[in-house]
Ligand binder design. Sequence first.
Ligand code: URA
Length: 272
Amino acid sequence: RQIADRRLNKLLRRGEIALHIAAQCEINHLPVLQDFVNRRNRFIIIGMTDTALPAPLPERDCRLCPRLADYRDANCAAEPDWFNAPVPCFGDPQAELLIVGLAPGVTGANRTGRPFTGDWAGDLLYATLGKFGFSEGNYDKHIDDGLRLKNAMITNAVRCVPPQNKPVGAEINACRPFLAARLASLPRLKIVLSLGKISHDSVLRAVNALGGEVKLKDAPFGHATAYEMRHKTGGFTLVSSYHCSRYNTNTGRLTEAMFEAVFADIAGRLSE
Ligand code: URA
């Protein structure tokens, strides 16, 4: 493992592409690896390690999901100045809290390139993160607003914008390796906050992709639920909330007070 780490650091310094694979997790069986192998001519597998390292990112022009890739092409043609690519995670690589949304909104995160940024749902999410001390600076709906997350990171179950905000099962599955890799790569992860059922179920399946054995029926989605998760190389508490979408807040399904109560619970758990 030490040899692998030394070689990895050297390669990263030289700017070559490297991928670390968490021990015993099955990321190497999943499409993400094939995609890297297919697309990178300087791809090197260093070896198996349980070291926490940066999660693999989808290619900017990832085409694992044909429908989403076509939609992205159309958006690129119509709005060439928008980000129009898989939206990367945003936040603190030493985060104890990982927030998992659904997918970028077309005129929000897909436009700006940062999860929830410019999306309606981002107004409540970023305001709440600020209230609970998980951010520094002001959220101003664009990627250059100087906002920094502290002890928190945000990602999405699906990294590309889906038509009508609705990813299909195959797309959620195709993107899961990136989520699993992210879960495996955060060295201090204690809590995952899933926003909505799609995110919740995808996190459960990601846990199983990492060698966990959770049955979906034993951990049903609900607002303010919490379940302990274990996989081969780690674990965390999965807290879930109704998604802070415009629909949920406008209909009163999720109120600001309900959302803050979830964060108060998380803050309490992190201070234990
Ligand atoms: N924007 C995101 O990035 N994710 C969501 O789930 C909703 C809006």
